[in-house]
Design a protein around this ligand. Structure first.
Ligand SMILES: *Cc1c(COP(=O)(O)O)cnc(C)c1O
Length: 421
């Protein structure tokens, strides 16, 4: 390492969220990036327009120091470009793309990278929208998918892949970790090894992860060899329950394909969404840190409560537990998602949910306010009963997304609610 390199300070993402990628001199000196609420951009000359289009359609590469020209907001817009540059910092990704929803990010990315006849392997359980997309929509296009459970071994998963008779066509491994709502972890290293096993000189099996629950602050899958990281930016990244958005980050090569397809599908985010997310990113680290600290206290309290049967929270994993090593290797914090079983069933769980005052009864997660829901009858309704049983998802479970309120107030609210049963 050169002397210069070792003494230069690399700033952390949270320090760069207020400035990275934005040039005030291009916006009348405004300290904040304005909302570029425009559909199209004026070219200085016809020659310039021609040259921008050549780059946009891949007819030539950018010259040294040349920046991508602004053409039309389905193709590019300053609010999205600056936001994408900032999002990349957390995952140390080469490039990123922002979408108008998490599902738009997932569907656009997967459709671009898979073709008829391909096999997709995914972890179970997976977000309801992704589940439906994989099992019903992709099937219409002749793309097959199979799911594996969090505790299945590498050998068992390989056996499942072989049993499909389509092992040669394996094109993507897609995981969600931690899994919702049980916080089960999927071993990223194992997935990368399986992908390598089925990759050939002409075909790389792509590894993709939905990193919504812990990322982008507490989990960095690209460092563990994953190719693509996807987000519902509606959750922690947006963080205020006021915007629906999604993102995908990864290598330049893959993101070029994803971004071209996004332009054609028209699934990009609006300038206003981009601007809202930039505002949110400024406080992302702070929010997630406070939420995780709160969750730690709430989980410890729940774990001792006589009316609570079991708590599903990464911070309660102990040395020797099956997933402890995976947790230590790939998570920087337990995050702020807690599920817990109350003693009883649906009736008792509903009583608690109906009695909460500070904590809002709503699906979604990752926002400043604490939210609670009943996975069995709400977010996980479409999951078949057999799978629910296998993953310990029963009527007595409540899922909690811990917010930024004072932890004692959160605990007091749960305490008075639990007292109703
Ligand atoms: C919410 C969510 C999605 C879908 O994102 P939208 O922004 O609602 O489209 C995908 N994955 C996970 C893990 C989610 O929680």
């Amino acid at each position: 390492m050169s002397k210069k390199k070792s003494t230069s300070v690399k700033m952390r993402p949270e320090s760069l969220m207020m400035s990275h990628g934005y040039k005030p001199e291009l916006s009348e000196g405004a300290v904040k990036c304005p909302i570029f609420q425009t559909s199209t951009f004026v070219f200085k000359t016809a020659e310039e327009g021609k040259s921008f289009f050549e780059v946009a359609y891949g007819k030539r590469n950018l010259k040294p120091k040349e920046e991508v020209g602004l053409i039309y907001s389905r193709i590019n817009n300053p609010d999205l470009e600056i936001l994408e540059d900032r999002l990349c910092l957390w995952d140390e990704a080469e490039d990123g793309a922002v979408f108008e929803s998490g599902m738009a990010a997932i569907s656009t990315t997967v459709l671009e990278l898979l073709k008829p006849g391909d096999l997709l392997v995914h972890s179970e359980p997976i977000y309801g929208g992704s589940d439906h997309f994989f099992k019903h929509i992709l099937l219409k296009f002749g793309i097959y998918s199979i799911g594996f459970m969090p505790n299945q071994s590498k050998a068992e998963i390989i056996e499942m892949i072989e049993a499909t008779g389509k092992a040669k066509n394996l094109a993507m491994i897609f995981i969600e970790s931690p899994a919702n709502p049980t916080n089960d972890l999927i071993d990223m290293k194992m997935c990368v090894e399986i992908a390598k096993k089925y990759s050939t000189k002409d075909k790389k099996v792509i590894t993709a992860i939905d990193n919504t629950f812990l990322g982008p602050v507490f989990s960095h899958p690209l460092k563990h060899g994953f190719d693509l990281v996807l987000y519902s930016a509606t959750k922690y990244i947006g963080g205020h329950s006021d915007v629906i958005a999604g993102a995908c980050v990864g290598s330049k090569e893959l993101m070029k394909r994803v971004k071209s397809f996004r332009s054609i599908m028209g699934t990009m985010a609006s300038p206003n969404t981009g601007w809202l997310l930039m505002r949110s990113l400024e406080t992302l680290k702070m929010r997630m840190t406070v939420q995780a600290e709160n969750a730690k206290k709430v989980a410890a309290w729940l774990d001792k409560h006589p009316k609570v049967e079991k708590v599903y929270y990464l911070g309660l994993l102990k040395k020797g537990d099956k997933q402890y090593n995976t947790y230590k290797t790939q998570c920087l914090s337990p995050g702020a998602m807690i599920s817990f079983d109350v003693k009883g069933g649906e009736k008792q769980a509903f009583k608690v949910l109906n009695a909460m005052k500070l904590i809002k009864l709503a699906v979604s997660l990752g926002s400043t306010e604490s939210l609670a829901e009943h996975p069995y009858s709400m977010t996980h309704t479409p999951v078949n009963d057999d799978l629910k049983k296998k993953m310990n998802l029963t009527e007595k479970m409540i899922r909690l997304s811990v917010g930024v309120e004072h932890y004692e107030d959160i605990i007091a609210d749960i305490e008075q609610a639990l007292a109703k049963i």
